[in-house]
Design a protein around this ligand. Structure first.
Ligand code: AN7
Length: 346
């Protein structure tokens, strides 16, 4: 029986017999082979989606949170806090609920997707909307947690990275080897850091390292432009971040792996978001689709036979507003069989 990623990868994680394991059975997410993209890109590629939207709260954050909350409880902490563009808050509040401790989440006013807000509220977090963006919220959370007995559970908490690195282990376990390329969206840059750490720690098994290729939204691309973005903007609110906490580590992952960090426009992100749902049957949130928009944009670098894994970081149901905006409206029909047949086009 699957009992969560700490149980599975215990020997690679900083836990002991004394660590209380707070788990919702996260991890063990599917690696789904793409049927449409190779043909669309006109190359014989093996493209896989690491569908992290199937974690318990619908995003990859659960991997880091099972570790961060377990370690917070081990330390005797009674409350946790995070700044969040949405998914971290959803995950922190769920794992805090599971552990029976309090959670405080600081979100940028008006800029988080509806599903994520609903989650934090449902799990009983104290949800606080800051008149400011994510970067400003993270600064505030650091100031609070440095001075009060509340554990910080953003990805600057090293246990978050430890948990998240297990996604690389699962990919190597599934493929038997590391892929040639690993593509993922970059926001606060914790995940690219974690994947790179995971691939390196699993080198004894994989005997190979992928090139890490990260994609930022064009309006929120501090690493790409090599400067802090004071007012980041993008439709992909999850990655609306102008001053990533793990900036240096992301640059190291990029350079050590021989990869790159590029930008994709909001239009490219939304097109990939829709394409994935319509042509692959996989519904992810807009930020996640940056990893797909990116490989479409950079298709010329890939050669026949290459294996590319794209992390789909969050579930599409997180952001119903953008899904509805990007789709045609339901067709209204009278309660009449002949009208219905006409609408179907028969
Ligand atoms: C779906 O929840 O930063 O580069 O506060 O939710 O590790 O930050 C979310 C980030 C990609 C970027 N995809 O990952 C938060 C938060 C989704 C995300 C990212 C996020 P990092």
């Amino acid at each position: 029986m699957w009992q969560g990623l700490i149980n599975k990868y215990r020997k690679y994680l900083p836990v002991t017999d004394k660590t209380p394991i707070i788990t919702l059975c996260e991890g063990n997410t599917p690696l789904i082979k793409s049927v449409f993209l190779p043909q669309y890109l006109g190359k014989k590629l093996n493209i896989y989606f690491k569908y992290e939207g199937l974690n318990p709260t619908g995003s990859f954050k659960d991997r880091g949170m099972t570790m961060a909350i377990s370690k917070a409880v081990e330390k005797g902490m009674k409350a946790v806090m995070c700044a969040s563009t949405g998914n971290t808050s959803a995950s922190a509040s769920a794992y805090a609920a599971r552990a029976g401790i309090a959670s405080f989440v600081l979100i940028p006013e008006g800029k988080i997707a509806l599903g994520k807000l609903a989650q934090a509220m449902m799990h009983g977090a104290t949800v606080i909307e800051l008149e400011g963006n994510f970067d400003e919220a993270l600064k505030m959370v650091c100031a609070v947690t440095e001075n009060y007995p509340i554990e910080l559970v953003n990805s600057i908490n090293p246990f978050r990275i430890e948990g998240q690195k297990t996604a690389s282990f699962e990919i190597v376990d599934a493929l038997g080897v590391a892929p040639d390329y690993h593509s993922l969206p970059v926001g606060n840059a914790g995940n690219i850091t974690a994947y790179w750490k995971g691939y390196n720690e699993y080198f004894e098994i994989s005997k190979k390292l992928p090139k890490m290729i990260g994609f930022q939204a064009a309006g929120s691309a501090p690493i790409y432009f090599d400067k802090v973005i004071e007012k980041p903007e993008t439709v992909a609110t999850a990655i609306r971040i102008g001053n990533p906490a793990s900036w240096k580590q992301a640059v190291a992952a990029r350079d050590e792996s021989g990869g790159f960090i590029d930008i994709v426009t909001d239009e490219e992100i939304l097109d990939a978001f829709k394409l994935l749902a319509e042509k692959e049957g996989v519904f992810c949130e807009p930020a996640s689709a940056a990893s797909i928009a990116g490989i479409i944009k950079r298709k010329d670098i890939f050669k026949d036979g290459d294996t590319i894994v794209c992390t789909l970081t969050g579930h599409g149901l997180k952001d119903p507003d953008n899904a509805i905006l990007k789709s045609s409206k339901p067709i209204k029909v009278k309660n009449s069989l002949s009208d219905l047949i006409k609408v179907i086009g028969l």
